[in-house]
Write a protein that binds this ligand. Structure first.
Ligand SMILES: [Zn+2]
Ligand SMILES: [Zn+2]
Length: 278
């Protein structure tokens, strides 16, 4: 089956439709209906004022369902981002983006993912020259800023600062409200204010698009994709099973059909073997 020509709701207020809609139309023929009659910030913000609704997947699912309810469509899409440290060194800011597709009638959920570097810098400053020194690191003005008095947890803030003049005004405002003249600056992480994040949302949407074009050989429903790796590639010297993968398992998102696909490499280098190189 194919979704070509079908309408799908997309609940977003932060301009994500600009990157998501063309991709879904070009790759899957899905016609995106942009739904904006709901304040998605109620489901959580990155500026710590409102905690996120459940997990990243829960929040995306909730948004998709809301968009389907508002539009009356049986297909829905929504995205949700998360920020943490990078998975390799744990030092650099990282951004995980997730895009969910729900088909109410097929009772199907397909999820696209992407993880990549985030533009998520922050700094506490106390004078204007410290602000200027931070502008390169936070990639201003292409990436917008949030400013607040004192520290990261002050209840008042100004978001979406994108010009030097408004930054100066906001700095004056925050300094005036601060206890000791300190001001907290950070990148605005909302999609329309952060091009690095927007590009990551695009890649997660591409991942979803690809999964939607892959049909299950048994039930013909989209979303047939690699679900698991089987470890145990044998060592080329002693044939001991290693932690390297020997096969991929592809699984249907709807029925229980699975297919094991052996990987090209048949043996592992002895340097990866628990017996030859313990
Ligand atoms: Zn070995
Ligand atoms: Zn299936």
């Amino acid at each position: 089956m194919s979704y070509s020509g079908k309408k799908v709701s997309l609940l977003t207020q932060h301009g994500k439709q600009d990157v998501m809609s063309p991709e879904l139309l070009n790759s899957n023929g899905l016609e995106v209906v942009h739904v904006k009659d709901f304040d998605t910030d109620q489901l959580g913000t990155f500026t710590r004022d409102i905690p996120r609704y459940g997990s990243q997947l829960d929040a995306a699912r909730k948004k998709a369902r809301l968009g389907m309810n508002i539009s009356g469509l049986t297909l829905g899409i929504a995205s949700e981002g998360a920020f943490s440290a990078d998975p390799y060194t744990g030092i650099f800011p990282w951004n995980y983006e997730l895009v969910i597709f729900i088909d109410e009638i097929q009772e199907l959920e397909v999820v696209g993912h992407f993880g990549g570097p985030a533009q998520s810098a922050s700094k506490t400053v106390s004078n204007w020259s410290e602000v200027e020194a931070f502008l390169e690191e936070c990639k201003f003005p292409e990436h917008q800023l949030v400013i607040r008095p004192d520290d990261a947890f002050h209840s008042e803030c100004m978001k979406g600062i994108k010009e030097l003049k408004s930054l100066k005004d906001a700095f004056r405002w925050a300094t005036g409200k601060s206890r000791e003249g300190n001001v907290f600056l950070e990148n605005d992480l909302r999609a329309h204010t952060n091009p690095t994040r927007m590009a990551n949302i695009m890649r997660a949407t591409q991942d979803l698009s690809q999964k939607l074009t892959s049909l299950c050989p048994q039930c013909n429903v989209p979303g047939f994709w690699m679900a698991q790796k089987i470890k145990g590639l044998p060592c080329s010297e002693c044939a001991t099973p290693t932690h390297l993968p020997i096969a991929d398992v592809w699984a249907c998102a709807k029925c229980n059909f699975k297919r094991e696909i052996e990987l090209q490499s048949k043996t592992a280098d002895p340097s990866r073997c628990p017996n030859c190189n313990p």
